[in-house]
Design a protein around this ligand. Sequence first.
Ligand code: NAD
Length: 425
Amino acid sequence: MAIAVHNPFDIVRRQIREATEQLGLPPAVYEILKQPLRFVEVAIPVQMDDGSLRVFQGFRSQHNDALGPTKGGVRFHPSVTPDEVKALSMWMTVKCALLAIPFGGGKGGIVCNPKELSPRELEALSRGFVSALQQVLGPDKDIPAPDVYTTPQIMAWMMDEFSRARAANAFALVTGKPVELGGSRGRVEATGRGCVAAVAALAERIGLSLEGARVAVQGYGNVGSVAARLLRELGAVLVAASDSQGGVYNPHGLDPLALSRFKEEAGTLASFPGGDRITNEELLACDADILIPAALENQLTEANAGAVKARIVAEAANGPTTPEAEAILYERGALVIPDVLANAGGVTVSYFEWVQNLSGWYWPEEEVERQLARRMAEACEEVFHLQEERRSTIRQAAYMVAVRRLAEAMRLRGWLARTPALWRG
Ligand code: NAD
């Protein structure tokens, strides 16, 4: 079978177009949202440890700032492309609007393999990225954050570079910083915690008890491991987990903390002694009630979606399910919590971090958790309610909530020309 190869940029454009049509919005809304308002490509020269010079390619996409400054992570990966970065920035716009966070969507990327760079080279590259984009970044313009293979240390270097150039501390430039430099308590766990909140809300709605529910996590990194740990605290059983080198399966349960410790020491969990080795494909199809793809895009496709047994698929990663795969999952009776909801906990606590930096008043962890729980619960309620009302997928409902908010903001700002009020009441 020929499998459709998906460009995430095409997918997100289609998702936004569908939402504008379902809401009956004027075409101008889609015309503005179908591409980033600004996309910048930069060349970053770095002197390598051996004395040679390498020039890295970097991107920053600022999709839409109708609701506030753009916000989004920076990805360090050898296969980053402009279309991927644009798509990720558009998902950020939708995510922020959905959670009613006063940010627009941004995203950045550098084509590199961070595993091959020394700490000094990584620092020079991170500083070079900020230096090259100085004019378009800032706490009230565009606020970077961590993403795949970028860390709190990298955020600290980026903040320091910007602060040096401005001759003033600018903690609010980036989020995901170490707590010692204005990072928020609870940020590291935020995305996994938000994902679990969404899973718990949906499980309750469909009458699936989390006590004893079997969970499989693809991509046992920051987000995946935290989600596994918190689900275990709610009584669920982690039966499978994987990383880029393969996975491990045990129907009687894996200890999430022991897995994390093993991965930390061995570099991978694939050889974890507490279960059987499985491939990533086998993990997706294993006997689980809840499947959490927490690695990269396009993991669930029309080729493997039919084998998924889970009732809930929670997209901790961005874009892990292709549109064809989602249709197959729904036919099978599974429900997909879309990325824009399932992983929105990260940007929500990033927003809290920015608020704390600007006010200089730092919250205890319990306050972060309480505010995150409230926002996730509100967003889930709004989305699940609309989904039932419209008999749509959860993703379509989430896009409608977000696009409606964005369209209203753009209309009020006068971006939609002479468009009359979009809704009554
Ligand atoms: P991470 O680098 O900590 O973890 C990613 C994990 O995925 C690693 O364990 C890696 O080995 C594994 N992986 C890579 N390729 C794989 C493959 N083909 N099959 C199985 N596993 C594979 O990254 P993270 O911060 O946990 O982010 C994971 C995903 O969540 C990404 O898609 C990211 O965009 C998304 N996300 C992260 C955050 C956040 O706050 N960190 C917020 C929103 C969305």
